[in-house]
Structures are given as structure tokens and as C-alpha cells.
Design a binder for this molecule. Structure first.
Ligand SMILES: C[S@@+](CC[C@H](N)C(=O)[O-])C[C@H]1O[C@@H](n2cnc3c(N)ncnc32)[C@H](O)[C@@H]1O
Length: 384
């Protein structure tokens, strides 16, 4: 997977992730990363036969357990999780909320079975064999249970290639230039743009992956992360997901009728263009007030689209611009916005949030303070 599952993750974190070896987008200023596509996957893709489409037919497990299950495995930091893993028609397994989940709730904290470098010099098959040999029987079973894209591979005849396919289907970004396998998180299926509702990030200091609810999720609703930079138009998203994950995306955004789908594509294209414009503040092509206006425009179009990811990074960048121009009240207002959205996406107990809380107290201590001419750049709209 690439949140920049591979988000992936989808979340965006300064100096951190994203996503299940899945998606990848960087904050224009702070170089935060998004869970994203697994470079390892691309590296090893040639080792495998062509990826074939997924054709599992499954059915809902009718009864969700009333109580949240406790996961008892050595690779999961133990606590009750607010979801159950069930069969989902057309998707294999997936995670479904076992109760209402609030926006910003942490829903999983998981240790990797193993991690590997994105760039490797040895044979991927040999590396995989070495990593699997280091697992306990319990962990080995968790790895063996994972799904994989290439169903043409016979696990009995080609166990090593199947192990590699499992890795490629499920690995997500986990630290600088590393990807890892997290067997519970790996059950999260994909949704595009406004359809994904959880994001994940790697915490280097704790060596765990955390997953947060980006949006409120109702009991019975599927938890979805994103496997790519979903600010791409539908045709591009579908081609990518088909090629790398072997499925035709039928998420709520991809299923829109053509007219509405085009409107969504137009919004996503506009968001990308606005990000590119805002980044030109870095080389003085636009001034601070224009940059902040552009961030406001991004926020507005994202509200129309229902795309809420990466807002912590966006507000963080706005804080940076406001501080650079010595606009104290805008620095504080944007820092509050960044605290709010980082808390939803990566958690309130992160260094990003702690440093922003200090900036709210003393904006002039921001490391970019006064590095550009003094200018009133503008605060976020109160309703944003
Ligand atoms: C990381 S796994 C996700 C969990 C997987 N469904 C399972 O059974 O373990 C990725 C695979 O899940 C399936 N998948 C994920 N999102 C999907 C979606 N939106 N529609 C259909 N299949 C999906 C695809 O087969 C994909 O290769």
C-alpha cells in the first residue's frame, strides 16, 4: 500500500512518513511526506509476473461483534480497537467500525513485523527470506494470512514469489526511506479523495505505526485509507490502482456519474494547481499575502470536494509564512489551525503539535520569524 500507502497517508508529517508502501505527496514548504507508493514495490515489480485483477467474491460477515475486540498479538500494542476485520464483497477483507468513531480518534497503534530499506542492493527474494526467518511462528502466520495481488502465483510452487507479492501488496511507508509490514493496518482498503476516512503515520521515536480517524466514522462504515496521491483525476487513479493493486476502484468518488466525476476531477486538478502556485512563495514569485490567500483557496476547494487530508501540513506552512513576515496574530491563528488538524491526522502527542503550541505562546520564537519583509498576510477564516 502506499498513504503514500502507503497516506499515505495518509497523513502528512514533517520528517515522517506515508503511506502502506502506498501514496506520496510533499508539503510545499515543510517537505512533509504523505503515506505513498512503495518505491520498493516499483523496484521489485519486474521480479513478478504481471499483476492480475482481484476476483475474490466475498460476503459480509453479518454480525459485527457488539464489543470492540482486543487484539492479542505481540506485534500490536494491546488495547481495544474500534473496528472488526470482515469479508467485504469484491475487496477481500476490510476493517469496519464496530462503534461510532470520532474525528481525530486513534484507532490503531501497531508495531511492524519487519521493515526494509526502500533501496536495496541484495535480491528482494533473498531479503524477504531473511526477514521471514526472523519472525516468531505467530508473526509468520500473520504474514502468511496477508492478501496479495498476483493470484496466478501458486503458493506451493512459488512460495518465495508469493511472499514477495504479499510484501508488495501490503508494505507501507515506515520511516525515512523505509517500508514495513503491519498485518492489522494492512487490512485497510482504499478510497479516493473524499472517500478515505483514516490516515496513518510512522512514529520514529516509538517505532510504531499509528492510524487516526480523519473524519467521524459511523458504526458499520468501512475504514478506508488511500493508496495514492488521490488529487489525481479518476482515470489516472484507476490506472494506478489497477496496475499496482489489481482492482478497479469503485469507491464513492470513482462511482460518481460522469458529470459529477468531472466536477470532482476539476476540483482536484484545481487543488494541485493551487498547491503549485502557493509553492512559488519560496522563490518570491508571490508575496506572503498572496501565498496565504492561495492556502485559503485550497481550503475552500477542498471543502467543496470533501478532501480533508494534509491540512495539518497546509496550516503548518501558513504558520511558517506568517512568521516569516512577522505577522504575529496570523502566526498564532494558523498555528492553532495546524494544531487542530495535526491532532486529527497524527495525534496531539507529537513533536509537531508541541512545537506549534510553543509558537502560539510566543510567535516570535518561530524559527522563520522575521526572515522576510514585515507584512500582514492574513489569518484563516474563523469558519474554516
Ligand atoms: C493492502 S490489501 C487491503 C486488505 C485486503 N482487502 C485483504 O483482504 O487483506 C490491498 C488489496 O485489497 C484490495 N482492495 C483494496 N482496496 C480496494 C477497493 N477499494 N476495491 C476493491 N479491492 C480493494 C485489493 O485486492 C488490493 O490489492
Amino acid at each position: 500500500m502506499a498513504q503514500n500507502r502507503k497516506n499515505k497517508g495518509h497523513s502528512t508529517i514533517k520528517g515522517n512518513h506515508k503511506t502502506p508502501a502506498m501514496q506520496s505527496s510533499k508539503s510545499a514548504l515543510s517537505k512533509t511526506t504523505h503515506p505513498g507508493t512503495c518505491g520498493w514495490k516499483l523496484f521489485t515489480l519486474g521480479m513478478l509476473a504481471a499483476i492480475v485483477g482481484v476476483a475474490i467474491s466475498a460476503y459480509w460477515t453479518p454480525l459485527l461483534r457488539k464489543r470492540s475486540p482486543t487484539i492479542h498479538r505481540e506485534d500490536v500494542v494491546l488495547y481495544d480497537v474500534p473496528f472488526v476485520v470482515v469479508d467485504i464483497p469484491g475487496k477481500g477483507k476490510g476493517a469496519v467500525a464496530s462503534r461510532d468513531i470520532k474525528q481525530g480518534e486513534r484507532i490503531l497503534r501497531e508495531k511492524p513485523l519487519f521493515r526494509v530499506d526502500l533501496q536495496i542492493t541484495s535480491s528482494p527474494i533473498a531479503l524477504m527470506a531473511e526477514k521471514l526467518a526472523g519472525l516468531t511462528p505467530h508473526q509468520r502466520k500473520a504474514f502468511e494470512d496477508l492478501s496479495y495481488v498476483n493470484f496466478n502465483l501458486d503458493p506451493v510452487k512459488h512460495p518465495q514469489a508469493v511472499a514477495l507479492a504479499k510484501f508488495e501488496t501490503n508494505a507501507v511507508a515506515a520511516g525515512k526511506d523505509r517500508v514495513g509490514i503491519f498485518p492489522t493496518m494492512a487490512r485497510l482498503n482504499h478510497g479516493c479523495s473524499s472517500a478515505f476516512n483514516v490516515v496513518y503515520s510512522w512514529r520514529d521515536d516509538e517505532e510504531v505505526l499509528v492510524v487516526y480517524a480523519l473524519k467521524a466514522i459511523k458504526e458499520g462504515q468501512e475504514l478506508l485509507t488511500t493508496y495514492l496521491d488521490s488529487k489525481k483525476p479518476r482515470a489516472e487513479r484507476r490506472a494506478f490502482l489497477n496496475k499496482h493493486y489489481g482492482f478497479n476502484c469503485t469507491c464513492s468518488v470513482c462511482s460518481l456519474p460522469d458529470k459529477l466525476s468531472k466536477a470532482s476531477d476539476d476540483r482536484l486538478t484545481k487543488i494541485k494547481a493551487l498547491y503549485a502556485k502557493f509553492a512559488t512563495w519560496g522563490n518570491n514569485e508571490i508575496d506572503g499575502a498572496q501565498a496565504i490567500q492561495t492556502i485559503g483557496d485550497i481550503w475552500t476547494v477542498e471543502d467543496e470536494e470533501g478532501y480533508w487530508s494534509e491540512r495539518g501540513s497546509l496550516a503548518y506552512d501558513a504558520t511558517w509564512i506568517a512568521a516569516s513576515h512577522s505577522d504575529a496574530s496570523a502566526t498564532q491563528a494558523w498555528a492553532r489551525k495546524a494544531v487542530e488538524w495535526f491532532s486529527y491526522e497524527i495525534g496531539p502527542d507529537t513533536t509537531q503539535v508541541q512545537s506549534l503550541l510553543m509558537v502560539i505562546e510566543r510567535p516570535e520564537l518561530h524559527k522563520a520569524w522575521g526572515t522576510r519583509p514585515t507584512l500582514m498576510v492574513g489569518s484563516p477564516e474563523p469558519t474554516n
